[in-house]
Write a protein that binds this ligand. Structure first.
Ligand SMILES: Nc1nc2c(c(=O)[nH]1)N[C@H]1C(S)=C(S)[C@@H](COP(=O)(O)O)O[C@H]1N2
Ligand SMILES: [Mo]
Length: 328
């Protein structure tokens, strides 16, 4: 299969990686080439070796430090998903494409210390220690509906702070029109089982006004705990009016760009959805309808999908006059 790979314009893997990581990347690539030539039967044994001895998806996940208050302005209007369900059913292809196995494969993933790069069209560029950054922004809890393009949904009390606050701190210049997110790619710590591998790192993007919308969160925890690794520790984005893949996990760099940044799924499957990927019951996926959704765990009951996942009051203004079927 040939694919067009369009990296974000600022994407320079070697400048973001330590020399060791670059080396490991190449070695992994060579090893894979050998596996591809010699037969794929080596892969299952790698998978077994990585499985955890923890007995549940939240075992060992620390309580969130300090006092966190729920922001009552965001009420999802439906019951919360059980914590172990939301932490035990994940899309995080750097680990596995099997959603129920991701949490079992994250033990080797190191999320502390963590460096966040701020780059591109902004004044406050640099490499920052995440803990230092987090001290600047008060954290709160918000209950959001979350809808994956695959039609499952969940309702989660995230802990985090508005991305807007971080953007204001970074001071984008007038040239900044978009925000691009690059996520972690640590091949020694991420087993990439189930089919994807050479496609990483994962990257996403938002238009600057979307990134600065009051709903867009930098999430650092959930259910009163620090973010579980399988849900995107230590920092991920949550944009709840968009399909779940617009909420990148384990972010290592944020860059302000003048041009529309590439995204992992737009580059991999350009026929599916476009850059916006707003939840829309009227715009079907090429292979399935989006009119209905179901909640995890799947109890068989379906619910109507709402435009913008029910967040029109907060976001519709940004798309005024735009044909939402054409610009999906
Ligand atoms: N780095 C990275 N981020 C990612 C993904 C991924 O595979 N890798 N999957 C996306 C998809 S498709 C969804 S639905 C959500 C799932 O988040 P959750 O596991 O916390 O429910 O993460 C998104 N962010
Ligand atoms: Mo998703």
């Amino acid at each position: 299969m040939t694919r067009i790979r369009i990296r974000p314009p600022w994407y320079l893997p070697e400048s973001l990686a330590t020399p060791e990581e670059v080396f490991v990347n190449r070695r992994t690539f060579l090893k894979q080439a050998a596996v591809a030539a010699g037969g794929a039967m080596l892969l299952p044994s790698i998978g077994c070796a990585q499985d955890t001895t923890r007995t549940g998806p939240l075992d060992g996940v620390e309580k969130y430090p300090g006092e966190i208050t729920r922001n009552r302005a965001y009420d999802a209007g439906r019951p919360l998903t059980k914590d172990t369900v939301a932490a035990g059913f994940n899309n995080f292809y750097e680990f596995h494409t099997d959603k129920e196995r991701v949490w079992k494969l994250v033990d080797k993933f190191q999320t502390k210390p963590w460096s966040l790069k701020i780059d591109g069209a902004c004044k406050n560029k640099g490499d920052f220690d995440l803990d230092d950054i987090l001290k600047r922004f008060p954290q709160e809890e918000r209950v959001y509906r979350f809808r994956c393009v695959e039609t499952w949904s969940m309702t989660v009390p995230w802990i985090g702070f508005p991305l807007k606050a971080l953007i204001e701190w970074a001071e984008p210049t007038d040239a900044a029109k978009y925000v691009s997110f690059l996520t972690a790619w640590k091949p020694k710590e991420m087993p990439t089982l189930g089919g994807f591998r050479d496609e990483f790192p994962y990257y996403e993007g938002l238009r600057l006004d979307e990134a600065m919308n009051e709903l867009t969160l930098c999430a650092t925890g959930m259910y009163g705990r620090k973010m579980p690794k399988q849900n995107g520790a230590p920092l991920r984005i949550i944009a709840p009016w968009k399909y779940g893949y617009k909420s990148p996990k384990s972010i290592v760099a944020i860059a302000f760009t003048e041009n529309l940044p590439g995204t992992f799924w737009n580059d991999y499957a350009p026929n599916e959805y476009g850059f916006f990927s707003n939840v829309n019951p009227g715009r079907a996926h090429p292979r399935w309808s989006q009119a209905k959704e179901w909640r995890i765990p799947n109890e068989g009951e379906k619910h109507d999908t709402e435009l913008f996942n029910g967040y029109g009051e907060q976001v519709a203004e940004m798309y005024k006059g735009m044909d939402l079927i054409r610009y999906h």
